[in-house]
Ligand binder design. Structure first.
Ligand code: G3P
Ligand code: MG
Length: 362
């Protein structure tokens, strides 16, 4: 043991962590890219990639629509390493901080996947998906009969006797907040219903008087992102522009909202505590200097992203200990660095980013 202690003293272990963006860095759609599986395996102590980590790392994505516990299972299957729910930070993870304000209030949630399940797993007790909420209001979406995927849901909930009781109680209660949890699927319906809810004091079909706008929260503000299609796709930020523009034309007042997710610097600050928790519970003492990090904090936290205005801007604004690495596998494809939000380092792939980190830290 003496020689092991000496060895540790002579070779101070690095105190760093890595935050990986998902879309455009590790995956395109469902497919691993840029040597991501190989890069992630280097962060585990043993060759089953199932337990202890050499380096504290997490996924910091603006994507979502699935509870963190389930997203961890999906990522484990796609990337071939064991991902823990605590390593998954999604755009909507920040909504947890609003629990004490809206825990028992009627709220609505929209986006792909299961936005209502995401919110109820955070502890919100009275949450409806916009789809279910809209189905309580006859003709609120005048073109719903042309949408085969929504008409069935409306029919089912209105024919069920419990559904009708739920409907009555919901119709008379004000919606206290609206959440865009992930990329909206039915933009037309969502814009219509949100315009109704936000300006009516939370009771669609009622005049609002001079009530304040119902609070509106977005899980992210990405105008575009890199999916499986070769060209960038419209994200939550594009939906926000559409909603904002129509809301302001109809109501002649500015739309008020808060956007979480990257590049909000708060997200980068909050994730430092998540790194600390992963370090303490899942990292091997032999590879990381827990004591030093406890006292002095992380020396470096690397953000590996593909979107300069989201991932790099956020890491730059968060300041120390963040170090930003931009890959060319997603939104950014330039030869040189991005002009407005230059990264600390530009590489081709996530595998090159991890090579660089290991070379500088060991
Ligand atoms: O919809 C997903 C997109 O907004 C971005 O995901 O992983 O690149 O932050 P990510
Ligand atoms: Mg990305």
């Amino acid at each position: 043991t003496n020689s092991r202690i000496q060895c540790r003293l002579l070779q101070p272990r690095p105190s760093f962590g890595i935050a990986f963006d998902i879309d455009g860095v590790l995956l395109r759609g469902q497919h691993p890219i840029g040597g991501s599986t190989k890069a992630l395996r280097r962060l585990y102590v043993d060759s089953t990639f199932s337990g202890t980590l050499k380096v504290p790392f997490l996924f910091l994505t603006n994507g979502g629509g699935t509870p963190e516990s389930r997203r961890a299972i999906e990522l484990s299957e796609l990337l071939g390493v064991n991902v823990l729910p605590s390593q998954v930070v999604q755009g909507h993870s920040s909504f947890k901080s609003l629990l004490n304000r809206f825990e028992n209030e009627l709220i609505i949630a929209t986006g792909k996947g299961q936005p209502d399940l995401v919110m109820s797993e955070y502890g919100f007790k009275k949450v409806f998906s916009i789809g279910e909420y809209a189905s309580f209001f006859e003709n609120i979406d005048p073109v719903s009969q042309y949408k085969s995927w929504t008409s069935k849901q409306a029919f089912d909930s209105n024919c069920d006797p419990h559904g009708s009781m739920r409907r009555q109680s919901v119709l008379s209660e004000r919606v206290k907040a609206a959440f865009v949890v992930s990329d909206p699927v039915d933009w037309g319906r969502d814009i219509q219903v949100l315009c109704d809810v936000l300006r009516s004091g939370g009771l669609p079909g009622h005049q609002n008087g001079n009530l304040n706008q119902v609070p509106l929260y977005f899980a992210a503000d990405d105008l575009e992102y890199q999916g499986a299609f070769p060209f960038k796709r419209l994200g939550i930020g594009a939906f926000k522009i559409a909603l904002e523009s129509i809301f302001e034309r109809i109501h002649h007042i500015p739309l008020e909202y808060v956007c979480y997710g990257k590049p909000n610097p708060l997200v980068f600050k909050n994730v430092e505590a998540v790194f600390r928790q992963i370090l303490l519970s899942h990292c091997d003492d032999h590879f990381v200097n827990k004591g030093d990090i406890e006292v002095n904090g992380f020396k470096t936290l690397y953000m590996i992203g593909d979107n300069p205005v989201v991932d790099i801007k956020g890491a730059r604004e968060a300041g120390r200990p963040w170090f930003s690495i931009l890959t060319r596998t997603g939104v950014f494809k330039g030869k040189e660095n991005h002009v407005e939000f230059p990264a600390d380092l530009v590489v081709n792939t996530v595998e090159e980013a991890v090579d660089y980190i290991f070379a500088s830290e060991h």
